[in-house]
Write a protein that binds this ligand. Structure first.
Ligand SMILES: NC(=O)c1ccc[n+]([C@@H]2O[C@H](COP(=O)([O-])OP(=O)(O)OC[C@H]3O[C@@H](n4cnc5c(N)ncnc54)[C@H](OP(=O)(O)O)[C@@H]3O)[C@@H](O)[C@H]2O)c1
Length: 224
């Protein structure tokens, strides 16, 4: 498959690129014009596309020929309290629109546990959980083949991940705990490969006391 990844300069995004390559896919990492290239993408093996998500023509051109998009963008903490509105809602809408124009039907969105909650400390940053939910709603209403992945607190850990089981649930079942970004990246790629993941909101956290289970196995016993 040819998979585009937006937010590929981010700590989850570059791992999605990495995992997609490990699985033998072609990748199209999409970065902002001024994004720093992460070390993992700096070897020149993949061609990076740089564009502003508000530039619809450039985004459509970058997505053309792709089979799927993983959206790993997210407002970075800043003093601009409109950041979450711009990135996590309007930025998602722009990406949905570009997918339709480019003929990309499969989209996986990295969102967050507690998306849609009003009373939550994370909302001190520009009501981010409300804007994330709006972005999710637009994707779910888009007619595209979508999956929304809502991870818990993201961690950088890369060691002994095989000892961690992923706790999968449907929407609004989990509200705390964490998960390494590497495992989030793997779930995003698993979701693309699994038709049963289409139209699902998947909440994910991980821990060593959770019995490891694949997304495919979980979906088989938890149908929509
Ligand atoms: N941090 C957590 O514990 C946590 C928990 C649950 C869910 N999440 C969500 O999971 C996702 C990934 O998180 P992360 O911590 O891995 O991400 P991150 O490292 O903060 O990376 C964010 C990515 O979004 C891009 N971005 C930001 N503003 C943008 C804009 N206006 N236009 C285009 N791209 C833009 C960044 O590009 P630049 O490199 O150019 O800035 C970067 O590639 C985010 O949606 C985040 O909200 C985070």
């Amino acid at each position: 498959m040819r998979i585009a990844i937006t937010g590929a300069s981010g700590k989850t995004g570059w791992r999605v690129v990495d995992e997609a390559l490990l699985r033998g896919n072609q990748v199209v990492p999409i970065l902002r014009p001024d994004s720093q290239v992460p070390q993992a993408l700096a070897d020149g093996k993949v061609e990076i596309k740089r564009l502003d998500l508000a530039n619809q023509a450039a985004l459509v051109a970058a997505l053309s020929g792709c089979d799927a998009l993983v959206i790993a963008t997210g407002a970075r903490p800043s003093l601009d309290l409109a950041g979450p509105l711009k990135v996590d809602a309007l930025g998602i809408r722009a990406q949905i629109s570009a997918c339709k124009k480019a003929g990309v039907e499969r989209v996986v969105l990295v969102s967050s546990l507690c998306s849609g909650r009003f009373f939550h400390p994370l909302n001190l940053f520009g009501l981010i959980l409300l804007w994330k939910r709006l972005g999710e709603r637009w994707l779910a209403a888009s007619g595209l083949q979508w999956t929304i992945v809502r991870p818990g607190g993201l961690k950088e850990a890369e060691e002994q991940l095989e000892l961690q089981g992923i706790r999968f649930t449907d929407a609004d079942q989990q509200e705390s705990s964490s998960i390494p970004r590497r495992l989030v990246a793997k779930v995003c790629l698993d979701a693309i490969e699994l038709p049963a993941a289409v139209g699902r909101i998947l909440e994910i956290t991980s821990a060593t006391d959770v019995v490891p289970q694949s997304l495919g196995d979980w979906l088989a016993v938890n149908p929509a």
